[in-house]
Design a protein around this ligand. Structure first.
Ligand code: GLU
Length: 551
């Protein structure tokens, strides 16, 4: 076979050689040990925690070593493409503080720096140049098998319990003659391009994964497709060409790609590229009914990054939590170095989990409430109001109309000026619900006073004695008076000694008032709440509660 002639027949328009691109994208001039990492999401419109997990690892590794972290859009599969997906990737990652040094930009432009284009569909000429070169070397060939042909092959193979795929005697197009190929190409028959694998059954390859450790896998024996019939590369081929030319030093990606490494190793070899290091990240799992299972797109909304933006988790909290599950020694470091920037932590790949990383939302909630309790009131206020403007615009005026009132609410609910800050806030959605009782427009209580026939009389009595100008202690004295009047003691010691001697104690009475005024059993200081919502509203709410009982 005259391979040069075949290459010319298949790729007449390709005039560049691999050397051209090697020179165009030279080795990067970076400090010693600097790492070049990337993420390569497909523009499916769904960016998930797994992406953020890998992205955080890549970003940390690159930036901790003075290297480069870039974004490549892997859009070779047009069927899965969704409009606006790239914006979604960039804005979601930006929300979590993941910044790229290079890579795809929102408008689809790509030449923002010298290692682009960063959209794979814009790299067709590059891929074809390398395929043409492989054809010249007898390492790739055209395959005219149709989907039907391939299905037939697979059916026989599966009946005979053989490895499925295009290899050995099944690789029908491997040894077509030049004349036959020419005839079929000229007749316009569609064809894909395949690697001529030199792998042998029974051989294994050994490599070190930066996360998973030593790995042994069977050598690749498949003549895998490298260019599909529409001229677009497969993931495998694009990965080899792009990560080489973009000079990636460590490929961090999900462990679903681990079984494909033998294909990639062979591709790097035939292309004459130095292989990057691999770091395959373990699957994220959750516990359900006592069992660990994979997070699933269908069942678990928390897998999507949009979930955290929409619920209004503080990005810093998500980052702290991610670091906690990324590196086993982070939590201890963070406790000791609370005042330092998180990026001071010495992130490393070999401290990452190798199987089933547990993602625990309640742990994230703990981290979130602690983080919010450490922020200044202004910071929380700004974070919350920005979220409200975006996700609850119709309520923004209600919550923020009276700045003075909102200030007091935030001060109270965050425990500003108290011995210890409160940790009532978790995320903006929960804050939004939590704060709703402060605003008459949003106050729609479902009173639950339990089984107590004194409730309306207690409320009536308290209301009649209530004076807005009472200070907290005068207010509490009146609560006590009401309590005593109805047989609820304000002597807690006496109550503890002999609870049966009383109907209850003053805290039970306070709870009744609290439920009437706020609709809740647990709130911050009730006197302050009544000061904030005002005399009229307080009285009206108590009246409503009484009416609801007497109905
Ligand atoms: N496009 C691939 C994916 O979304 C990226 C894998 C990689 O990072 O190499 O799974």
């Amino acid at each position: 076979m005259d391979n040069d002639r075949l290459a010319q027949l298949l790729f007449p328009d390709i005039t560049n050689t691999p050397d051209y691109y090697e020179n165009l994208y030279p080795e990067r001039q970076l400090p010693d040990k600097a790492e070049v990492t990337r993420i390569g999401p497909s523009p499916t419109g769904f960016i998930h925690l797994g992406n953020l997990y890998s992205a955080t690892a890549g970003e940390r590794l690159a930036h901790r070593t003075g290297g480069v972290f870039y974004l490549r859009i892997e859009d070779t599969d047009n069927k899965r493409k969704v409009d606006g997906a790239v914006e979604c990737v960039i804005s979601s990652l930006d929300y979590f503080g993941i910044k790229f040094d290079e890579g795809a930009e929102v408008e689809g432009s790509s030449d923002n720096n010298s290692y682009g284009p960063f959209y794979q569909r814009q790299r067709e000429q590059i891929y074809k140049t390398f395929v043409k070169d492989l054809v010249k070397k007898g390492l790739a060939y055209p395959c005219f098998c149709s989907e039907d042909d391939l299905t037939k092959i697979r059916t026989i193979q599966s009946d005979e319990k053989l490895d499925l795929g295009y290899y050995g005697k099944w690789a029908k197009c491997r040894d077509l003659t030049y004349d036959e190929i020419e005839k079929r190409v000229k007749a316009g028959e569609p064809y894909s391009m395949r690697l001529r694998s030199s792998g042998k059954p029974g051989n294994t390859i050994k490599f070190r994964d930066e996360i998973m450790g030593e790995i042994n896998l069977p050598e690749n024996i498949m003549d895998v497709v490298i260019l599909k019939s529409d001229g677009i590369p497969t993931y495998h081929f694009a990965h080899a060409v792009d990560d080489h030319l973009m000079r990636t030093t460590t490929v961090i990606r999900g462990c679903e790609w681990l079984p494909s490494v033998p294909i990639h190793v062979e591709l790097f070899n035939v292309l004459g590229f130095r292989r990057p290091r691999y770091a395959h990240t373990a699957q994220l799992m959750k516990i359900e009914d006592g069992k660990k299972r994979k997070l699933s797109k269908r069942k678990d909304p928390e897998l999507s990054l949009g979930y955290y933006c929409e619920l209004g988790y503080h990005p810093q909290a998500v980052k702290i939590y991610l670091m906690t599950i990324l590196n086993s020694n982070f939590e201890e470091w963070y406790q000791k170095n609370h005042d330092k920037p998180i990026d001071d932590f010495k992130f490393s790949l070999n401290k990452m989990g190798t199987s089933g990383i547990l993602f625990d939302l309640s742990k994230l909630d703990d981290i979130s409430s602690t983080l919010l309790s450490e922020l200044s009131m202004e910071e929380v206020y700004k974070f919350f109001s920005d979220w409200m403007k975006k996700y609850k615009p119709e309520y923004t005026d209600i919550y923020f109309a009276d700045e003075n009132k909102t200030d007091k609410i935030m001060q109270l609910c965050m425990g500003i000026g108290q011995k210890r800050r409160r940790k009532d806030f978790i995320n903006c959605t929960q804050m939004f619900d939590y704060l709703s009782y402060f605003f008459n427009e949003c106050f729609s209580p479902d009173y639950d006073f339990g089984d107590n026939s004194d409730v309306s009389a207690i409320l009536e009595d308290f209301k009649n004695n209530y004076d807005y100008s009472d200070d907290a202690s005068a207010w509490f004295s009146k609560v006590k008076q009401t309590a005593e009047k109805f047989g609820y003691t304000s002597d807690m010691k006496a109550y503890k000694k002999d609870p049966e001697a009383f109907k209850g104690n003053v805290s039970h009475v306070a709870e009744i008032i609290r439920i009437a005024v706020t609709g809740r059993r647990n709130t911050p200081d009730l006197w302050t709440i009544m000061q904030i919502i005002g005399l009229d509203s307080s009285i009206k709410r108590i009246d409503n509660a009484i009416n609801s009982i007497n109905k």
